[in-house]
Design a protein around this ligand. Structure first.
Ligand code: GDP
Ligand code: IMO
Ligand code: MG
Length: 430
């Protein structure tokens, strides 16, 4: 029995979905604890590719129960479409298999509208969000002005609460944004329509998790986004609006920190970033283009090209500290195959000439650093079918050993390709 938290430890898209799907083989429960449909988690099983936005990536394992935790923000239109898409792919999800916390907040049409205006007003300072209404929904949660899944239970209460909230939002939309107000009736009717299918999934998620713990079940907490997008510890303000770090698993699902046994960081062998903001190891040359093409680095949610660069061990060390990582799961090593040289950034050079291996989360300071690299030898061929660490090319093994040295954390898993079985397990996690 173990409670494992899995988080992305770069700017998202590290391959979390693939690793969660792999580990779910042994997980009784998989819990998403933050974010919303800004996430895009890709799982490839056989010839089938499934992209999940809100539903945990354990859903492809029929005997695993999945939970959307209280920390997640839920767009019911998107969730319904996701369930329908899964069904069209032959995966029928029952209310037993997918549970939703009654405390999760709802993304509403006015959140989408407000976010669009916010981004437009920022001009060249825009965050480059996924435009899914994530930020404004978390704003309302903290302002105690959010609608929650639980509010769907009582129709009269729902009507009254939505009326009050929408009146305030419309005032803002009209007076501040100068845009047209939203009509109450279609929004209300849409919520009523969703009520019927969503209520059977609704539960006291914290209690369900607690009961699973008492039965000594294996539980996997699935993070979305990545550590550098964390609202407190990331490259603020170019971040998302939730706590993406391991600590978020507690608040976002209703467990205490003492329940967690291991924290796995998913680390891509290079770095990518979607949206604006500082990125010290970004590549603007043909190597960056090659990584983007070989790694198919285009957003799973918005289709935007991902900016690509070398692995940043300064950030990696920071991520180990902020998340309390016990294990690393390295992905997409195969993408680097064929490069003569592979670089790792081991320190930052600051404008005053000083060199430091301590990460700076202040975006304005981070913009000004220059990466200090060490160069590693590349490899020409990569055995995606390898099942043992020993079967990897010697240069790839040296690269992984160096990652362990720099991070002082063991590499427990090495992903050798996008498919479920393209995976080396160095140390078993469950
Ligand atoms: P997530 O958001 O962290 O779940 O990652 P995404 O699904 O957005 O992006 C990761 C992409 O890389 C997906 O298309 C995966 O299928 C793919 N992928 C995951 N692991 C590997 C790997 O080891 N090698 C290769 N070539 N692709 C991988
Ligand atoms: P997964 O779970 C990569 C980025 C956006 C933008 C910033 C804020 O697939 O790794 P938001 O819409 O969240 O307010 O946008 O965060 N972003 C992601 N980048 N992967 C993700 O999720 C992301 N979710 C948000 O591009 O820069
Ligand atoms: Mg993704």
């Amino acid at each position: 029995m173990a409670n494992i938290v899995l988080v992305g430890i770069q700017w998202g898209d590290e391959g979390k979905g693939k690793i969660v799907d792999f580990l779910s083989d042994k997980a009784d429960l998989v819990v998403r604890f933050q974010g919303g449909n800004n996430a895009g988690h890709t799982v490839i099983v056989g010839d089938q590719k499934v992209v999940l936005h809100l539903i945990p990536s354990g859903i492809l394992r029929p005997s695993t129960t999945c939970i959307i935790g209280n920390g997640v923000v839920v767009n019911l239109d998107v969730l319904q479409t996701e369930l329908e898409t899964l069904e069209s792919q032959g995966i029928k999800v029952t209310a037993e298999q997918l549970k939703i916390s009654e405390n999760a907040h709802l993304i509403m049409p006015y959140h989408l509208k407000i976010e669009e205006s916010n981004e437009d007003r920022r001009g060249d300072q825009k965050v480059g969000t996924t435009k899914r209404g994530i930020g404004p929904t978390y704003v309302d949660k903290i302002a105690r002005e959010g609608l929650r899944i639980a509010d769907l239970k009582d129709v009269e209460y729902l009507k009254e609460k939505l009326g009050v909230l929408l009146a305030a939002k419309n005032e803002y939309i009209e007076k501040v944004l100068g845009a047209a107000p939203l009509d109450f009736e279609p929004i209300y009717q849409n919520l009523l329509k969703h009520r019927d299918w969503v209520l059977p999934h609704v539960c006291n998620a914290s209690l369900v998790i607690h009961q699973a713990q008492r039965q000594r079940h294996n539980i996997l907490f699935e993070g979305a986004q990545g550590t550098s997008l964390d609202v407190d510890h990331g490259t603020y303000p170019f971040v998302t609006s939730s706590n993406t770090v391991a600590g978020g698993a507690c608040t976002g699902s209703g467990i205490g920190p003492t329940a967690i046994n291991k924290v796995i960081g998913v680390l891509k062998a290079y770095t990518t970033r979607v949206g604006s903001g500082p990125f010290p190891t970004e590549l603007f040359d043909e190597v960056g283009e090659r990584i983007q093409t070989q790694g198919h680095e285009f957003g799973a949610t918005t289709g935007r090209p991902r900016r690509c660069g070398w692995l940043d061990a300064v950030f990696l060390k920071y991520a180990v500290r902020i998340n309390g990582l016990t294990d690393l799961s390295v992905t997409k090593l195969d993408v680097l195959t064929g490069l003569k040289e592979i670089k790792i950034c081991t320190a930052y050079k600051h404008p005053d000439g000083s060199i430091s291996d301590t990460f700076v989360s202040d975006g304005r300071e981070l913009e000004k650093v220059t990466p200090v690299y060490e160069v590693h030898q590349g490899w020409d061929e990569f055995p995606s079918e390898a099942k043992n660490f020993e079967d990897l090319p010697p240069q790839a093994k040296a690269f992984l050993r160096r990652i362990e040295e720099l991070s002082e954390t063991q590499v427990s898993m090495v992903s050798t390709g996008p498919k479920r079985d393209e995976q080396i397990v160095v140390h078993s996690l469950f």
